[in-house]
Design a protein around this ligand. Structure first.
Ligand SMILES: [Fe+2]
Length: 187
């Protein structure tokens, strides 16, 4: 049988720019993140049109067993003493996991299980994050430059934002980063 040849999809590892197929793009601004940051007074003082993050993903098939591939670009910034972050979510199909790959910038991946237990993983170029099922996830930019991460997830996973209506149990501030650095230093 004669094979057919297809040009591959492509990601620029340094910038996270995707190409090779049509993309779906979504931008989230500060105004879209009502109730997400703890310091509501500070949030109200920011320009609501300021972009916090954008997601680009391939417009690929969405059936059972299919996979989506996309990149999140999270801007640096703070609201009060809290770093810019994604809204974060559980998957609607709770058992389904996801993999993140750090591409550029520096930050944290906040993971929270259904009992409210949290943990943090450092995100940096080349880091790999295997997010298990039943685990909410949020990216946090602790650096001065854009944090970009590639993600691969089951296209049927969906998003459940309502389950986190009261937010994540951990607020990440410069104090958190200092504590983490100390812990790393102490091995
Ligand atoms: Fe996800």
């Amino acid at each position: 049988m004669k094979p057919t040849f297809h040009p591959p999809l492509n990601v620029d590892w340094a910038s996270g720019v995707l190409c090779g197929a049509p993309l779906i793009c979504k931008t989230t601004s500060l105004g879209d993140l009502a109730g997400v940051f703890a310091d509501q007074e500070s949030w109200r003082q920011h320009d609501p049109s300021q972009t916090v993050y954008s997601v680009e993903m391939f417009d690929s098939p969405s059936g059972e067993g299919e996979l989506y591939v996309g990149v999140t670009h999270l801007n640096p910034g703070r609201v009060g003493d809290e770093y810019f972050m994604t809204r974060g979510h559980f998957h609607a199909r709770r058992e389904q996991g996801e993999v993140y790959f750090g591409l550029r910038g520096e930050g944290l991946l906040l993971l929270q299980d259904e009992q409210g237990q949290t943990r943090l993983e450092r995100v940096l170029p080349g880091s790999i994050h295997i997010i298990p099922g039943f685990t909410a996830h949020r990216l946090i930019n602790t650096g001065d430059a854009v944090l970009s991460a590639l993600a691969v997830w089951p296209s049927q996973a969906g998003h459940d934002y309502a389950a986190l209506a009261n937010g994540f149990a951990l607020k990440v501030t410069p104090e958190t980063v200092k504590l983490m650095a100390k812990e790393v230093q102490n091995g």
